[in-house]
Write a new protein. Structure first.
Lengths: 150, 150
DNA sequence: TGCTGTACTATAGCTTGCTATGTTGTTTCG
DNA sequence: CGAAACAACATAGCAAGCTATAGTACAGCA
């Protein structure tokens, strides 16, 4: 399944097309989140905190599969924007527990609605079966790429 | 197809999963390109220039669906790294034509091999039909998101 | 011709991702 | 107990995406 002659068609390259679609999703969601004063990268962190507050920075990084310094910087901007606050863990002085502000909690329903609107637009002509199939293929591919790098 | 109760499952969200897969592709390809001294974002630009040299910055941006300032900055780094050179267009003094260095041309085969290796790993257990179906779904979704923003 | 609009490039500034490295606290084990 | 390993967080520095804006050259038209 290698390409015949040093040729390489961008439009047939999995990585290229996935990356392009990813940027389209990012642009669409970013525009909508900005209306609420929230930046794109803050949204996944909010998703985690809406599930569970009082976890550590590294736990957030682990659940999102993002590096710890990236999360640290995003949290710092979220604190600046009044979305989260940090409290020391009395039982463990090296870690810091992250909590939501009221503002952060209140954004849950409206921001999730924005994300669902984007997902809805993206899959507007997909049947439920197609959508499920698509997610399954995405996940298989992600699993393939997560295997030890070689 | 909206979610029942303010719930939002990351693992079922199209945007979330596409974004995650995109980062996995990016990490995998970045690691491989680094061995050749090339940064990830330079690769799409190289793909364009391998097809056709002597085009303008904005033409590159248009073909890749990336904003012009992003391309401008990437090209600046590529010049620094000795991959491209700029020549003024004698017939049009406002634009600049981008050309490849010998080094840039020579990287074609090895870098395409790296990209194909990543694509191959990602789709290692996919049949040709599945791969084609997957690409078709990605493209439909991209078309849906490209429709005028609302 | 000259003015207006458009196209190309550049610059500033932000966010979010990454790696690499350092600091500090906790755990483990000899 | 003390040393070594490990875990959490911070910081520095880079790449690449974005928006907004400004400057310059060209084109089209009154």
């Amino acid at each position: 399944m290698t390409t015949p002659e040093g040729e390489f068609r961008r439009d047939e390259s999995l990585g290229y097309v996935v990356n392009l679609l990813g940027r389209l999703f990012a642009r669409a969601l970013d525009q909508r989140l900005r209306r609420h004063g929230v930046a794109l990268g803050q949204f996944p962190v909010l998703l985690i905190l809406w599930e569970q507050e009082g976890i550590t920075q590294s736990e957030i990084a682990r659940r999102l599969d993002i590096e710890q310094p990236t999360v640290a910087n995003t949290l710092k901007r979220m604190e600046r924007d009044g979305l989260v606050s940090f409290g020391p863990d009395p039982g463990n002085r090296r870690q810091v527990l992250v909590g939501l502000s009221e503002k952060g909690r209140a954004l849950r329903a409206p921001l999730i609605a924005e994300a669902e609107a984007v997902n809805g637009q993206a899959s507007q002509d997909f049947s439920a079966a197609e959508r499920a199939l698509f997610i399954a293929l995405l996940r298989r591919m992600a699993a393939n790429l997560s295997e030890f790098s070689e």
